[in-house]
Ligand binder design. Structure first.
Ligand code: C5P
Length: 410
């Protein structure tokens, strides 16, 4: 829970009903260890009080460019110089128009204008009625503000406070937090398409029952999230898990290993990186029954025959794209013992450049893990940490190998 540790965020509120969500956002940022300095326009103070925002941010709120608390009486300079980023949430249509013109007659717009553009990024979370959002003036303003260097985080769609339904709602606090955390991650995978498999597979015995395993999918979802944060276009082929799809990731849900293979092969021709984190069942019932297998009262249990499942990773790694060097394949090895030996054997057997070893019982269902990267040059331990922290390091290691910027670890 410290994705924003060491970051100082200026949270600007302009006038809009979405100000009530800014309270939650502020709290969420503080929980992630950011320091948050709130600046509010007068219009924002009509929707939520500075008292609430001060209590949540644990700092006095600024609202006036004439605030005499600053010894030099220049809050617009002081506040903008110490920020790692300025996030305006909600950013009203009027505030966008003010940014466009470089207005500077109240503290928040003055501070945005006074910020050192190269050092202090400006992120905007628009919030407005759908007609205001769709209006050519707003769209035009937004295009120009983007061209001037602001990052527009997009809007949500759905029911609006005015009673209408459409685009223009402010993104939810959790979504904004995810975007803000992602914003600070190194963009090592921009322009790459990354394909990830995750979770267990489910091999049907009959329409009611099946065989699966304890994989939670958490590691694979973290890898997909980390690749997206690094700027990649990510497709996540997920077995049956109950996890939220990381923001900006395209998800394809599958059940059996055969379905996972089909979905993976459909995506692989356009992928640059394939990361197989899924715990694919090795075998499936050879002939699943079309109807529920019933007890017949005899006390005899049905005898199941098994067939071996296709090896998704090996199939992709043997394909033309991987063999010609256009697709970088990464496998996972979940073992209970002799991790290095088994991982090395798997590297050769699957014909892949990188394998990530972990101890099965220490990772399944857990929020943290420890990894061992094994390639032809050697091994590298990633000590116990949260799965998202490990996934970010893994993504950096994959990028390093793709771009060959640094000598291999060993
Ligand atoms: O062969 P083994 O299951 O130990 O290899 C594990 C690696 O291979 C993981 O990356 C897993 O996602 C992948 N795999 C696969 N298809 C299978 C079995 C494993 O893609 N049928």
């Amino acid at each position: 829970m410290n994705d924003l540790a060491g970051k100082h965020i200026v949270l600007g509120l302009s006038g809009g009903i979405a100000c009530y969500k800014a309270a939650d956002l502020c709290r969420a940022m503080v929980k992630e260890s950011a320091t948050v300095q709130v600046v509010m326009t007068q219009a924002a103070e009509q929707f939520i009080t500075p008292v609430t925002m001060q209590a949540l941010s644990n700092r006095p709120v600024y609202g006036s460019q004439w605030d005499a608390r600053e010894p030099n009486n220049m809050p617009h300079i002081n506040l903008s110089r110490e920020a790692d980023a300025i996030l305006i949430a909600p950013c009203s249509a009027d505030f966008m128009a003010r940014l466009l013109h470089g207005s500077a007659d109240e503290l928040l717009s003055l501070m945005c204008l006074a910020r050192p553009v190269a050092q202090v990024p400006l992120l905007l979370a628009p919030a407005m009625n759908r007609e205001m959002w769709a209006h050519p003036a707003t769209q035009r303003n937004m295009a120009q503000i983007s061209a001037d260097g602001a990052h527009i985080l997009g809007v949500g769609s759905g029911f609006q406070a005015c009673g209408e339904t459409g685009d223009g709602r402010m993104l939810e606090p959790a979504e904004l937090l995810e975007d803000l955390v992602a914003f600070f991650q190194p963009k090592t995978m921009v322009g790459l398409r990354v394909l990830v498999t995750a979770g267990p597979t489910f091999e049907p015995i009959d329409p009611i029952r099946g065989i699966t395993n304890h994989s939670s999918g958490k590691m694979g979802f973290a890898v997909a999230k980390a690749a997206r944060e690094a700027g990649a276009q990510v497709t996540l082929v997920a077995g049956p898990v109950s996890l939220t799809t990381p923001r900006g990731v395209e998800r394809v849900d599958v059940g059996s290993a055969q379905q996972m293979l089909d979905a993976t092969l459909a995506q692989a021709p356009s992928a640059d990186v394939f990361i197989a984190t899924a715990a694919v069942a090795d075998w499936r019932p050879a002939s699943p029954s079309g109807q529920k297998i019933k007890k017949d009262g005899s006390g005899r249990a049905p005898v199941l025959a098994f067939a071996e499942n296709p090896d998704i990773l090996a199939t992709v790694a043997q394909g033309e794209r991987a063999r010609s060097g256009q697709l970088f394949c990464v496998g996972f090895a979940a073992e209970t013992h002799d991790l290095v030996t088994h991982a090395r054997a798997k590297l050769a057997r699957k014909g892949i450049p990188l394998i990530v070893g972990n101890i099965g019982p220490l990772t399944f269902g857990e929020d943290d893990n420890q990894l061992l990267l094994v390639d032809q040059f050697g091994t590298q331990e990633l000590p116990r940490a949260s799965k998202i922290a490990l996934a970010r390091t893994l993504v950096a290691e994959i990028s390093r190998r793709l771009h060959r910027t640094v000598p291999p670890a060993g």
